[in-house]
Design a protein around this ligand. Structure first.
Ligand code: F6R
Length: 366
């Protein structure tokens, strides 16, 4: 059932091109320039007129929510807040009928996320679920929703659920943007075309696997690791660090690259690997100067860069290239090498990749 792969996690990493295709298939009609999502179409007035969108989730799903915040605000111009479900539910949050709450959950069973949406419903908000497991508790409790079609995710560390969540949320943001008139027809169509090209580009990133193994071998014994990214790739830095912590038990932290000089830069010396997401679109020059600052302190640099990059390559110890795409879609590509890096490090350290200690696939207690 692992289809020839050593672990479910690796199988699920490799399934991402198909999982993303399955998630947009039937919803995104590229030629016609249409996105169909029944859960959104049937409630368009309510969702598109929201004064605010509040995203509630935990763990990796919360990271997908952070990516969505950038996409929704950028394209649909609706203010978004992203909340840890566990904090939101106990905070006496200010919610009204004008709010739309999006709950993101792979399992659809996470206790804190469930409690958060029950609270939001009581206060009159409209609740939209983005779940992977069909018929799960959260998908039933929500007023409407859209499934990610990732297929079963068995590995405890979430991989294809994350990228398919981003896919669904991107479709939703584009659809709302079109309805609200905050995106031009040509930009809308360009996004659809680019999203359609993502699975093939992920396949290309997966071809970097052997190169990523070499990097894993080099840094597997580091006790710490820092992940940096900006804009759309700040949440990817958080997700990369979470993956490494979960399955290799190496201490890792993700930070917005510019925040480094407000503290974490003190950690950098010749023994600190720093994974920097430095794609050509989002604030590239600023990230390059962050890389220079790390280099000046002898930090070891692993750059996730766009094909053809020169500036980061010159400074970095290793680079992993991803194909070019529009900025809002880069997380779908930059996430892949970080998943593989964590995977290989954990395997090399002899850890139980699919069932890391102390973790469960769905957290049904708070
Ligand atoms: C990370 C991971 C957890 C889950 C979190 C939320 O790899 O598996 O952080 O993402 O427990 O789970 P769901 O999405 O099922 O609500």
């Amino acid at each position: 059932e692992k289809a020839g792969y050593d672990h479910f996690m690796l199988k699920e990493i490799y399934e991402q091109p198909d999982a993303i295709t399955d998630t947009y298939r039937g919803r995104m009609l590229v030629e016609e320039g249409i996105i169909r999502m029944a859960g959104v179409d049937d409630n368009m007035a309510r969702i598109a007129n929201a004064k605010r969108i509040i995203i509630v989730a935990c763990g990796t799903s919360w990271h997908a929510g952070l990516v969505a915040e950038y996409i929704f605000e950028d394209l649909a111009r609706i203010p978004v807040e992203v909340e840890y479900a566990s904090e939101f539910r106990y905070r006496n949050p200010v919610i009204s009928e004008n709010d739309v709450v999006i709950a993101i959950s792979q399992s659809g069973e996470t206790a804190d996320t469930m409690a958060a949406i029950k609270l939001a419903k009581e206060k009159g908000a409209f609740v939209f679920g983005v779940c992977n497991v069909v018929g799960s508790s959260i998908s039933r409790e929500a007023h409407a929703g859209a499934y990610t079609h990732a297929g079963p995710e068995i590995g405890v560390a979430s991989t294809k659920a994350f990228t398919t969540q981003i896919t669904v949320l991107t479709l939703m943001a584009l659809k709302l943007a079109k309805h609200r008139g905050t995106i031009s027809d040509s930009t809308f169509r360009f996004h659809l075309q680019e999203l359609e090209r993502i699975p093939a580009k992920i396949t290309k990133v997966l071809e970097e696997n052997d190169h990523i193994k070499i990097i894993a071998e080099k840094y597997k014994n580091s006790p710490n690791c820092l992940y940096l990214g900006r804009g759309y790739n700040f949440p990817v830095a958080l997700e990369g660090a979470l993956k490494l912590k979960e399955i290799s038990y190496i201490h890792a932290e993700g930070y917005p690259a510019a925040e480094m000089k407000h503290g974490p830069i003190a950690l950098i010396d010749e023994s600190m690997p720093v994974v920097v997401i430095a794609t050509s679109k989002g604030h590239y020059d600023k990230v390059v100067s962050n890389v220079q600052e790390i280099k000046a302190r002898q930090g070891k640099i692993i750059g996730i860069v766009t094909e053809g990059d020169e500036a980061v390559r010159e400074l970095a110890d290793y680079v992993i290239e991803i194909p070019e795409t529009i900025e809002s879609l880069t997380p779908l590509l930059t996430t892949i090498p970080l998943q593989l890096l964590s995977y290989h490090i954990a395997v090399m350290l002899g850890k139980n990749v699919d069932q890391p200690r102390n973790l469960a696939k769905s957290v049904t207690v708070e």
